[in-house]
Design a protein around this ligand. Structure first.
Ligand code: ATR
Length: 269
């Protein structure tokens, strides 16, 4: 589904929004509107396009228009951190924000809590995790795993980015030259491969029988990675649950009440 997308300079007055570039395929407007409707909350939620380099001006403009909260998606999460006047502890550690309170100017990172909640949903509380990728989502994943006491292996196509990520977090992470599945209990894909026609060089014959595969991306059906996981008999979870959990955590920051998770997941399923 495509959203009605506004350029930030033409945004109408409103209450909440998601900003990104591109933004037309975001499921956040549908999911948050369903949450407001489920609880009878009178509020609007818009998809707003903000080009790279204009995040600060756009957020100032939305504040003046009366927006109370903003979700931030790719590629603006670092710029949102820079804009925020104060930060939650997790956002300060990561220097990345995906949720903003415009009134106070406080920045949060609900991706970490989203990933942690998905781990409990999967019943993964110990063992070895392989994180694939070294972008902003990988940073949140490695941080979440470290905090959950899991042993983290990290692989990225460009090894130097994986090295930078590991040293920026100071987490004890071991770097893999190849995405070797052997010995891992959980694999988390944070790369954008699931959004393209390319695939990761995984050898499924190395995987343990109980391996769980979690793809932060989602597609119309299963992503190619999750199709492979299922065909090899592994349990899996796609990015919709993660989208819902990080959105529910943002909702709870803005509204100070429990998010209607069932209505939110139903809206994007
Ligand atoms: P995000 O902030 O959403 O994590 P990103 O910073 O653009 O996004 O990172 C994208 C990730 O997908 C990177 O780890 C990237 O690997 P490189 O650092 O080597 O570019 C990974 N990626 C994208 N296309 C890939 C491909 N075809 N094969 C393997 N990894 C890929």
């Amino acid at each position: 589904m495509k959203n009605d997308v506004y350029e930030w300079i033409e945004a109408p007055a409103g209450d909440f929004a998601v900003i990104g570039s591109p933004i037309h395929h975001s499921l956040s407007p549908r999911m948050h509107q369903a949450a407001f409707d489920a609880l009878g909350l009178k509020a609007s939620y818009h998809a707003i396009h903000v080009p790279v380099g204009q995040v600060s001006e756009a957020l100032d403009h939305l504040s003046i228009l009366g927006y109370r909260g903003v979700n931030v998606t790719v590629p603006h999460k670092e710029a949102a951190f820079e804009w925020a006047r104060s930060h939650s502890d997790i956002a300060a550690d990561l220097r990345v924000c995906n949720t903003l309170e415009l009134g106070s100017g406080k920045g949060h990172n609900t991706d970490v809590i989203g990933i942690q909640t998905c781990l409990s949903h999967l019943g993964v509380s110990q063992g070895k995790v392989l994180v694939l990728g070294a972008g902003g989502s990988a940073k949140a994943a490695v941080y979440a795993m470290g905090r959950s006491g899991l042993e983290v292996g990290l692989w990225n196509r460009t090894m130097s980015r994986a090295e930078e990520l590991a040293s920026s977090l100071g987490e004890s992470v071991y770097l893999l030259p190849e995405p070797y599945l052997g010995g891992f209990d959980l694999v988390i894909n944070t790369t954008s491969v699931s959004l393209s026609s390319e695939s990761l060089p995984l050898d499924w014959s190395q995987a343990k029988p109980g391996l769980v595969v979690f793809d932060l991306a989602y597609a119309e059906g299963l992503t190619p990675l999750l199709e492979d996981a299922v065909s090899h008999g592994h349990r899996m979870l796609d990015g919709r649950r993660m989208l819902m959990e990080q959105g529910a955590a943002a909702f709870e920051i803005w509204w100070g009440q429990p998010a209607p998770r069932d209505a939110m997941i139903e809206a994007i399923s």
